[in-house]
Design a protein around this ligand. Structure first.
Ligand code: PEP
Ligand code: MN
Length: 254
């Protein structure tokens, strides 16, 4: 499953145009934060409820599943009402009350790896969701902090290889936050698929240079379209396939 869209929902035009473009290129899900966990309080914080309404409208128009983040207990119920898949972000990987509360919803949950979390800590965090009664957990590798400074994070594809032996949870890779640089995203996305990821989460923006967050790591629709074609070839070579929503079928995982 390829899930794509902007880092943040910014306005109606941006979201609907980006959604149409990623659907056209073959994504099955639309990502986009309505509530944004920003490192600085002075950065754009997201549209909140208005953003959720726009995501619902984009789903209506495109048939894409909505993947969006709950950043706190306070917005979880609102997010769960709209999201087809609830995202728990890196900064909240060990927010145990949030994990437990999210686990009470019978919706798939994307659990992103913490900025500096070990694989064991990540798996333990997933258990909090399982213990709350929800086993629909997708583990998302999004890069970890290392001594390297030329990339935003270091994408740990070794974790993908390891997790296939450690867990039955589906595995997702977010190459965008994993490197922070648009020109590196396609190579990492291809590598993630080849390493056994079941799903990819990719930032795409109709006008990356005008994005209110993470524009430098967002692909344009053209770049995303090219990447999707490459991913189909890699999937085929591995005897897998990229899920599609054609015929109204929401992605059976690749
Ligand atoms: C995101 O995917 O929008 C995000 C904030 O990512 P992370 O939690 O991995 O930093
Ligand atoms: Mn982002």
């Amino acid at each position: 499953m390829v899930i794509a869209g902007p880092c943040a929902v910014e306005d109606r035009g941006q979201l609907l145009e980006t959604a149409a473009a990623v659907a056209e290129a073959g994504a099955v899900g639309l990502r986009g934060g309505a509530y944004k966990p920003r490192t600085s309080p002075y950065s754009f914080q997201g549209l909140g409820e208005k953003g959720l309404e726009l995501l619902a409208e984009a789903r209506e128009r495109t048939g894409l599943m909505v993947v969006t983040e709950s950043t706190s207990l306070e917005n979880l119920a609102r997010v769960a009402q709209v999201a087809d898949i609830i995202q728990i972000g890196s900064r909240n990987m060990q927010n145990f009350p949030l994990l437990t509360a999210a686990g009470a919803y019978q919706k798939p949950i994307v659990l992103k790896r913490g900025l500096a979390a070990t694989i064991r800590e990540w798996l333990d965090a997933a258990e909090y969701i399982r213990c709350a009664g929800n086993e629909q957990i997708i583990l998302c590798e999004r890069g970890i902090r290392t001594f390297e400074t030329m990339t935003r994070n270091t994408l740990d594809l070794g974790a993908m290889a390891l997790l296939q032996h450690q867990t039955d949870f589906p595995l997702m890779v977010d190459p965008s936050h994993g490197c922070g640089r648009r020109e590196l995203v396609p190579a990492l996305a291809r590598a993630a698929l080849a390493a056994g990821a079941d799903s990819l989460l990719i930032e795409v923006h109709v006008h990356p240079d005008q994005a209110l967050s993470d524009g430098q790591q967002s692909l344009s629709p053209e770049e995303f379209g090219r990447l999707m074609r490459e991913l189909r070839e890699i999937a085929a070579a591995m005897g897998r396939r990229i899920a599609s929503i054609e015929g109204g079928q929401h992605g059976t995982a690749a």
